[in-house]
Design a binder for this molecule. Sequence first.
Ligand code: PXP
Length: 253
Amino acid sequence: MTSALTPARLRLGVNIDHVATIRNARGGDHPDPVRAAEIVAAVGGDGITAHLREDRRHIRDEDIARIQAATNLPLNFEMAATDEMLAIALRHKPHAACIVPERREERTTEGGLDAAGLHNRLAPIVARLTDAGIRVSLFIAPEPRQIEAAMKLRAPVVELHTGEYAHAEGEARAHELQRLSDMAALAARNGIEPHAGHGLTYDNVQAVAAITQLAELNIGHYLIGEAIFVGLESAVRRMRELMDDARPAAAAG
Ligand code: PXP
């Protein structure tokens, strides 16, 4: 039984974008991100995350329905705050939609969404997704003003960007970890479910997993990279073990 004193089990969402990246390098059908989703489901992953980028460099439009049909796992659909992506999300009705910033020239999602500065753009999108029964998440930097903006937007979930933490070293890393911990607590106190992700690896995941308010981690690039050497099943299992070790009470409960 989970109580206020026993942190809930931390969910692991696996981002399968980079299986699609490898497939797209040759333009064919292999490796298929749907097969990756099936393996994640078989090995006890809690969700599939995928980002339909404007330039379609990861998953393609037709992958969305295929991923949804292949497993019963909830799909966390990452999307830019555009009319095109809103229409696609409303058509497929994923379990969750995570709104992310997107710039064509970036290699990956480099920073958090400016939920504060983009309130007027985001408000109707959050409302339309929510009305359609899609759980909205905002991918934000761990900053109080962004949490406050998420509250104003009535987003039920925020995903805290862990990129700064992942890239920092020494004292700077401890500082970034504290920010993540404080913002997870601030979100939770205000009724927002905090998630986290970006740049997480076997080496840096445990300190984040130990933040008890966090309900979910979304991890992609490192897991797919490891999968090249040990297989996706082993990579997901290992990440799961590390997360459980960081939260022993919840893993047992
Ligand atoms: N969460 C969000 C919102 C993302 O956009 C990404 C990918 O950039 C991830 C998690 C996973 O990050 P990574 O691939 O570095 O594990």
